[in-house]
Design a protein around this ligand. Structure first.
Ligand code: LLP
Length: 477
């Protein structure tokens, strides 16, 4: 990453920033959706989450079309659910519906947002490894299209809720295919040691239990192998294993199992260095359609209808976070361990650039060591490049926004910084650590900007504290 940036630390890489991001003629300011970044911070404050509406919509359409086109090529169809956990609010849910996607929710709260957005309940998938009975009831009564059963215990709960509501609830069973997405070692492992789903080997027994309930309509297996995945072989292997279980499930059911949900997880480039490796969804779609068609033929079943649940690949690169620099501080690397790190590109100093947000608006670097790319947004500069680490304002040394990048060395207090690809899992993982209010989310489109999620104020945070009634002074007698 740093190498690519050192070449031109002012460059706005369209493979990482949203397609509308470019430097305008006036002072080479960054514009997003046709709006100057500094106009956005002047109007809405700093820090600020910005979502490029056209980028989110066109990516949603592109991903849906690719997955559907390839499914149709092999003689089946595909439903594409937007994984709301990546970033959900009423407007975004409506964009997704407009672009032909269904919506996947993972809690009662996400369900409430989707319903408030007017998403057709029949086009909602409801997930979670520990859905409360209340959440299950609410989902069933709302007429949610499919509930994904995560454990044996849940089967009974969902069946009871459906019976009470006088409905037959469509359900999928979430299984672990044993594929380890991140490591390619899928041939070595049969069960994943994690909390989601049930081992694939248990599927016949669990499906038998599901089929025993008249109030449940079993439509197929579900498997999500992980997230931010770059290699396509894990997806293929998982699809192959799942379909391998279908003949026995069809024998048990005495009918075809109509659907297969392969989850989400398609990775994106967070930095220029990742841009060439990030998977092409059209290629994944084609490979998956082929493997599904081949495996179905091999095991002698009709090709099931497919479903997918992408989140990050749809909303990730549509988002940019704007911050304002408060302080800078140079730290010598010479003589320290860090000097030996080749990723530091031989720089002898690291410039710590502190901004007005941090791990409360983007927990991903602290949680996953995630990488991001940063640019000065209010101007460009010919100053010599400096190795920078963008850090937040929280009381935590792991409060890092951008671990390592290269910026013009004259970056200074008052500059606006733009961090790319923050559309997914930033607002949704945000917190109020140190009583820092959450920034608003602004949608930009065609030269105008509007709030789609309101920010918080200190007063709102303070209002959560229960202020005890004054204690009456003790009487002296
Ligand atoms: N379907 C299921 C069942 C999931 O659990 C997830 C993500 C998705 C779909 C969407 O995955 P995507 O296409 O967005 O990769 N907080 C982490 C990511 C956690 C993902 C959880 N499940 C991060 O910030 O990287």
């Amino acid at each position: 990453m740093a190498e690519a940036n050192a070449a031109n630390p002012n460059a706005i890489d369209a493979r990482v920033f949203p397609p509308s991001a470019r430097r305008g003629s006036e002072c080479r300011q960054l514009k997003l959706g046709g709006v100057r970044a500094t106009d956005l911070t002047a109007q809405f404050g700093s820090p600020l989450y910005v979502i490029d509406e056209a980028a989110a919509r066109s990516r949603a359409r592109e991903v849906r079309e690719a997955l559907q086109r390839e499914a149709e090529r092999v003689g089946t169809s595909a439903t594409v659910y937007y994984a709301g956990k990546a970033f959900l609010c009423v407007e975004v849910a409506q964009w997704m519906v407009d672009e032909g996607l269904a919506v996947d929710v993972a809690s009662g709260g996400e369900l409430a947002v989707a319903l408030a957005a007017g998403v057709d309940p029949a086009r909602i998938g409801f997930h979670g490894n520990n859905k409360s009975e209340r959440e299950i009831r609410r989902a069933v009564e709302a007429g949610v299209g499919t509930v994904i059963i995560d454990s044996e215990i849940e089967t009974e709960r969902i069946a009871a809720a459906a019976r009470a509501a006088g409905r037959q609830q469509r359900v999928r069973l979430r299984v672990n295919s044993g594929v380890h997405a991140s490591t390619h070692d899928f041939l070595a492992t049969s069960h994943e040691d994690q909390k989601f789903g049930q081992p694939l080997d248990d599927a016949p027994r669990l499906v038998t239990a599901i089929l025993a309930h008249d109030s449940l309509d079993f439509v197929g297996l579900h498997c999500h192998i992980g997230s931010q995945i770059f290699a396509t072989d894990g997806f293929r292997e998982s699809a192959r294993r799942l379909l391998g279980a279908y003949p026995e499930l069809e024998r048990i059911a005495g009918r075809p199992i109509p659907e297969l949900n392969l989850g989400g997880g398609f990775g994106i480039a967070y930095t220029s260095a990742q841009a060439d490796e990030a998977p092409d969804v059209a290629r994944i779609a084609a490979e998956l359609a082929d493997i599904v068609a081949e495996t179905a033929a091999e095991v002698g079943i009709a090709i099931p209808k497919l479903a997918f649940e992408p989140g990050r690949t749809i909303i990730g690169q549509a988002g940019v976070t704007l911050y304002t620099v408060g302080t800078t501080k140079s730290v010598a690397l010479a003589g320290s361990d860090a000097a030996a790190d080749p990723a530091d590109l031989g720089f002898s100093e690291r410039l710590y650039v502190s901004v007005d947000g941090g791990m409360s608006d983007n927990a991903r670097p602290a949680l996953y060591g995630a990488d991001y790319q940063v640019r000065i947004a209010n101007r460009d500069s010919d100053a010599a490049p400096a190795l920078v680490r963008v850090v937040g304002k929280h009381c935590e040394s792991g409060d890092i926004v951008v671990q390592r990048d290269v910026l013009p060395g004259d970056v200074q207090p008052g500059d606006t910084l733009a961090v790319a690809a923050t559309g997914a899992y930033c607002w949704s993982l945000s917190s109020n650590y140190n009583y820092v209010p959450r920034p608003p989310v602004i949608a930009v489109a065609n030269g105008s900007a509007r709030i789609i999620v309101r920010g918080e104020t200190e007063d709102e945070l303070l209002a959560k504290s229960v202020i005890p009634a004054p204690v009456a002074p003790a009487r002296a007698d």
